[in-house]
Design a protein around this ligand. Structure first.
Ligand SMILES: [Fe+2]
Length: 316
């Protein structure tokens, strides 16, 4: 399937003028989405399920394990909100999904799995991310390079189910090489591939990141039907303008996304992205986040005291 629909001459995304293909051949149900915001990391976590369906299975996308770097102490209040919702609504956690290996927060995947069960899932492209970070962390003893720490590695375009809901994944690299978006009924969960229209798109300066890939991924997402509900992984609202929000639509993004609306060329996008990313600060939780998230949220090896490593003079 050819997702990248750009004008050959101008490089502009022309998805709005396309005869769009349906994204699912069979789409019996649309999900109920319940969102939870973590103010400390500006992260949105989601519980996704079919409210009217007898099947009570659900997914959680992009959970947060709270972490205080100064003391090295973890907390679970963000995950506990999710757990309380799942339990009080009589849901059964089937999937614990990640859109990518986050660099700004620890995933709560291992804690959620311990409390509620369910399978962890992430894109197979995480194998590239594991390869990138292994020489930095020397973490081969507790971070399998074949991704076995996750219960399932999704192939591109893989179709799966969450109870009665049909879901499909699409590879949306750029922010990192393994970024994945989840299409579930009439919704898409994009992680950091795109943010709300007035915020733009995810930075592309992490190892393996690419502004060119990011543009192509945005084109894929903007090529979805225009009324598709798009849920983002973070929100950084302009100071004093509005509260944090989590949802927009593909149509709104095509019209108004400040970085990649329909009038922006590939070259202009890439040039601005690369300029803006130059010299950006490393997120203050990057080193702990990457280590823990590459282990699917495990803090260390079973039976051993958990430690984090701080590699010196490796990142610029
Ligand atoms: Fe991210």
């Amino acid at each position: 399937m050819d997702f990248l629909k750009t004008d050959a001459v101008s490089g502009r995304i022309i998805a709005a003028s396309l005869n769009l293909e349906p994204t699912m051949t069979h789409m019996p149900l649309n999900p109920t989405v319940v969102s939870f915001f973590d103010h400390a990391t500006a992260t949105w976590s989601y519980v996704v399920y079919a409210k009217e369906h007898a099947d009570r299975r659900c997914a959680i996308i992009d959970s947060v394990l709270d972490f205080d770097l100064s003391s090295g102490r973890t907390f679970t209040h963000s995950c506990d909100r999710l757990i309380e919702f799942v339990r009080t609504h009589d849901l059964k956690l089937e999937w614990i999904l990640e859109t990518h290996i986050h660099a700004d927060h620890l995933t709560g995947a291992a804690y959620l799995k311990e409390k509620l069960g369910g399978k962890t899932g992430i894109s197979r492209h995480i194998l590239d991310v594991l390869k990138t970070w292994e020489p930095i962390f020397h973490n081969e003893a507790n971070t399998p390079r074949d991704g076995a720490q996750f219960d399932h590695l999704f192939e591109d375009d893989e179709v799966f189910t969450i109870g009665g809901l049909s879901a499909r994944i699409i590879h949306t690299p750029g922010h990192t090489p393994a970024d994945t978006s989840y299409i579930i009924g009439d919704t898409v969960f994009v992680g950091d591939a795109m943010f709300l229209p007035d915020v733009g798109t995810g930075r592309c300066d992490f190892p393996g990141g690419s502004a060119k890939d990011s543009f192509a991924s945005c084109a894929k997402l903007l090529n979805l039907p225009e009324d598709t509900r798009m849920y983002v992984g973070h929100d950084y609202p302009p100071e004093g303008k509005r509260p944090p929000m989590c949802m927009t639509t593909v149509g709104a993004q095509r019209h108004a996304n400040v970085r990649v609306h329909g009038g922006v060329t590939r070259d202009a996008f890439v040039a601005k992205r690369e300029t803006d990313d130059k010299g950006k600060a490393v997120p203050h939780l990057l080193l702990p986040s990457i280590q823990v998230n590459l282990r699917a949220g495990r803090l260390g090896v079973d039976g051993e005291e958990p430690f984090l490593k701080i590699p010196l003079n490796k990142l610029s």
